[in-house]
Design a protein around this ligand. Structure first.
Ligand code: SF4
Length: 344
């Protein structure tokens, strides 16, 4: 929680204050509680999640936490978001590669490929460091899907700066990117900078960036056609499933996958949110993958059972609140991974 950095475009430090670390035992107790209640995936959240441990003086605390998650029986998928490139250390890459339930995906914000703009943003890494991390992650985890955040049109950004962003994007081969046109956040230092980029220039650069990333995303996804994939069915990602007759979820690398189920499959055999479907990719698009007519194997999971019990109004979700920082006896939902669980 909170952030010790001072990125000039960001209001978070002002709103949330300094970083605070929960103790590892507390975090792990909460993870175990939601796993006991049926979750098979968790996401470790932090504003700079890989800075974890600074407040209690343990430099390798985040890598240790990942490895400890690997020891939790029944926990199939561990993700984390978002790491800061400046704090990214090789022990985390090793822990990712050596812990089987830590998923091969990494979301690491770039923000700009221009070192001059990064400096103006007060982002303390440079593009070479960012690209070096990506190289090392891919060396250790070749199947990793890497995603990012990018801001276009930060005050003072020149065409040369923007070309640097395009260069880093081209080199990084992101599977997808959250792209933003810079907009002033009142109260941030960047909002008062004099050399704001005209809106039409920002929009034009943004269009070029999106076009480049769509081309890369399409190519990266196309390379997966014909490969086997394990999809954890989601109850949130498949808005068009009813019309398409597909079910939707996330692959191990966090790619969105729409899976066509055999028409003859009975309702009782269909995967539920939280179940796992193994199939083969038949088609790629810039932002998702499709498996149609490829054969599916459904693995029913505790997570699917918990989802079903919740749907049926059953009693599957007893999670103690103590480790989550709630008052003893408080009843409230936990939203860590699948499924959404109601705390009793
Ligand atoms: S962008 Fe991220 S690292 Fe920078 S100040 Fe905001 S929360 Fe902190």
């Amino acid at each position: 929680m909170g952030c010790n950095n001072t990125c000039t475009f960001c209001i978070v430090p002002h709103l949330r204050g300094k970083e605070r670390d929960r103790r590892p035992g507390d975090v792990l107790a909460e993870v175990k509680a939601v796993v006991d209640a049926g979750a098979i995936e968790v996401t470790l959240l932090g504003q700079n999640v890989n800075s974890y441990g600074v407040s209690f003086g343990q430099r390798d605390a985040f890598a240790r936490l990942l490895r400890a998650c690997g020891e939790i029986e029944g926990l199939e998928r561990v993700r984390f978001t978002s790491p800061h490139p400046a704090a990214f250390t090789d022990d985390v890459i090793e822990a990712m590669a050596q812990t089987p339930n830590v998923m091969p995906s990494l979301h690491m914000p770039l923000q700009s490929g221009s070192d001059r703009v990064l400096r103006a943003m007060r982002r303390s890494y440079r593009s070479a460091r960012f690209l070096g991390i990506i190289d090392r992650v891919r060396d250790a985890i070749p199947e990793a899907a890497i995603t990012t955040d990018i801001i276009v049109g930060f005050p003072g950004e020149t065409e040369e700066d923007f070309a640097e962003t395009l260069r880093v994007v081209e080199t990084s081969r992101f599977s997808s990117a959250f792209t933003f046109q810079y907009s002033k956040r009142p109260g941030t230092p960047a909002a008062d900078l004099p050399d704001q980029v005209p809106a039409e220039v920002v929009a034009e650069r943004y269009g070029r960036l999106v076009e480049l990333q769509e081309r890369i995303g399409t190519a990266e996804n196309a390379a997966l056609v014909g490969t086997a994939v394990e999809v954890l069915v989601s109850d949130q990602d498949g808005r068009k499933d009813a019309a398409s007759g597909r079910t939707t979820g996330r692959a191990r690398d966090n790619r969105l996958v729409h899976v066509g189920l055999p028409p003859e499959m009975s309702d009782g055999d269909r995967p539920r949110p939280g179940d796992v479907v193994e199939t083969t990719i038949t088609k790629a698009a810039p932002h998702h993958l499709v498996s149609d007519g490829a054969g599916v194997r459904v693995r029913r999971t505790r997570s699917g059972d918990a989802w079903q019990a919740r749907r049926d109004g059953g009693d599957a979700c007893g999670v103690p609140t103590g480790g989550a920082g709630g008052d003893a006896g408080e009843r409230r939902p936990v939203s860590l991974g699948l499924p959404t669980l109601r705390v009793r």
